[in-house]
Design a binder for this molecule. Structure first.
Ligand SMILES: [Zn+2]
Length: 426
């Protein structure tokens, strides 16, 4: 009996000690310190391709350095740089069976300076017929890696010029897709397109804590640090989209989680903490990062998006997108049995949040990659407005959420639990 009591006392003591140490590392003061800097007017809304986002990247890198994170394998700093190419049309000329096609009826999705197509240049000639869904058909070709000449039926003329939206910034492409609006199916054709290319650099910011026994098994904690930048002033003459909730809040979380896990020093798996760029303009940062990872080695991804406000269930709760697609959520919940905190399935399934955030690329490759959020997507007052400022956030609740993520991920970080894989999407 005595022995039992002393064991119980010992257990009780360790529980108190660990909950005290988590409070020391993840608390309102720390949340506020980081959130304040990231969402300050000085950061000017952290828009991708601006000097302001570089300042945010510097700050995140400094925090990772303070937390003694190591560089991601193959990098010699915390930045993972890559570039995007934009092709500006200089000229487009085409003839179909000797008839001249007007420039406005030619759209190229490309990162090449010059495209020459004729009967024997190896482009597959395909048609988008009357009555087809132009964008759905077009994206089949833009997502492939082959060269296509796509002839679009003239009945689709009104939406044809909007195909240009496929040719914004893009990763360097190996192939070209040329759309031509024409009623002809030419036996003989010649197309000549010239573009001016511009290359813009951007960077994710990431660091790792190598695993003790399962170094080759990765657990990713992520958030995006870019936002919308500066826009038109609102009626309070505020033009800065601070993005305090979207997603300085998630970025704050990954910085504090990295500090917590580094000091805890017992992760069996390798932990990757990554702040993504360019989420707001198409998720390019997470796509680039995901391409550098072997999805089979990623055991779980905790993507954290907008955790600064109360969820629809109130404080001490958050939802997980794609909850039913793996047992990730159940594992997290099981690690929180005696806690006041609870995770719920995403209550806004119609909004397809699961595939709209930075977890999407790895999830499509089978990784149990989920987004954790509290954002009330049907009523979040300041979502994508100049009013998304630190004053609208609940710092106490944010600290509780970050602690809940830290504690609920323990068995995955420790290599005891491995969430089931998600069905791959084509
Ligand atoms: Zn956003």
């Amino acid at each position: 009996m005595k022995r039992f009591i002393s064991t119980a006392c010992f257990l009780f003591a360790t529980v108190i000690a660990s909950s005290q140490s988590i409070d020391k590392l993840i608390n309102v003061e720390e949340v506020e310190r980081i959130e304040k800097i990231l969402s300050s007017d000085a950061m000017e809304g952290r828009k991708t391709f601006t000097p302001s986002i570089d300042r945010a990247a510097d700050f995140i890198g400094e925090e990772f350095k303070k937390n003694n994170l190591q560089y991601f394998p193959g990098l010699n700093g915390y930045r993972q740089q890559f570039s995007m190419i934009k092709a500006k049309l200089l000229s487009a000329e085409a003839t179909f069976d000797g008839q001249i096609i007007e420039q406005k009826n030619i759209v190229a999705v490309t990162t090449s300076a010059e495209i020459i197509i004729h009967n024997t240049s190896g482009y597959e000639k395909v048609k988008i017929a009357a009555g087809a869904n132009l964008f759905r058909e077009a994206s089949k070709y833009t997502q492939s890696d082959k060269n296509y000449l796509v002839i679009v039926d003239t009945s689709l003329a009104t939406s044809f010029n909007r195909l240009g939206r496929f040719s914004r910034e893009s990763f360097k492409k190996k192939n070209n897709i040329v759309f031509v609006l024409s009623a002809l199916d030419p036996a003989d054709y010649e197309i000549n397109i010239k573009n001016e290319l511009s290359e813009s650099k951007l960077a994710n910011v990431l660091g790792i804590i190598p695993g003790k026994s399962k170094k080759d098994e990765y657990v990713v904690f992520s958030a995006h640090y870019d936002h919308l930048g500066i826009g038109k002033p609102n009626d309070q003459n505020d033009s800065i989209y601070n993005g305090a909730n979207d997603d300085a809040a998630g970025t704050t979380a990954i910085i504090l989680l990295s500090k917590y896990f580094k000091l805890l020093n017992n992760n069996e798996r390798t932990l990757v903490f990554v702040a993504f760029t360019a989420e707001e303009i198409g998720g390019f940062g997470s796509r680039y990062f995901s391409q550098q990872m072997d999805p089979e080695k990623v055991m779980a991804m905790f993507n954290i998006e907008m955790i600064g406000t109360e969820s629809k269930w109130g404080t001490n709760s958050a939802y997980i997108t794609g909850y039913e697609k793996s047992d990730f959520g159940k594992i997290l919940q099981a690690n929180l049995v005696d806690s006041k905190f609870h995770f719920e399935p995403d209550p806004y399934p119609k909004q397809n949040l699961f595939m709209r955030s930075d977890n999407a690329t790895l999830a499509a490759q089978g990784v149990p990659a989920h987004t954790i959020s509290t954002s009330k997507m049907d009523s979040e007052k300041y979502y994508h407005t100049q009013g998304d400022e630190i004053g609208t956030l609940d710092m106490n609740n944010m600290a509780e959420i970050i602690k809940a993520i830290a504690l609920s991920s323990a068995s995955i970080v420790g290599g005891k639990d491995t969430p089931t894989r998600i069905a791959k999407s084509p």
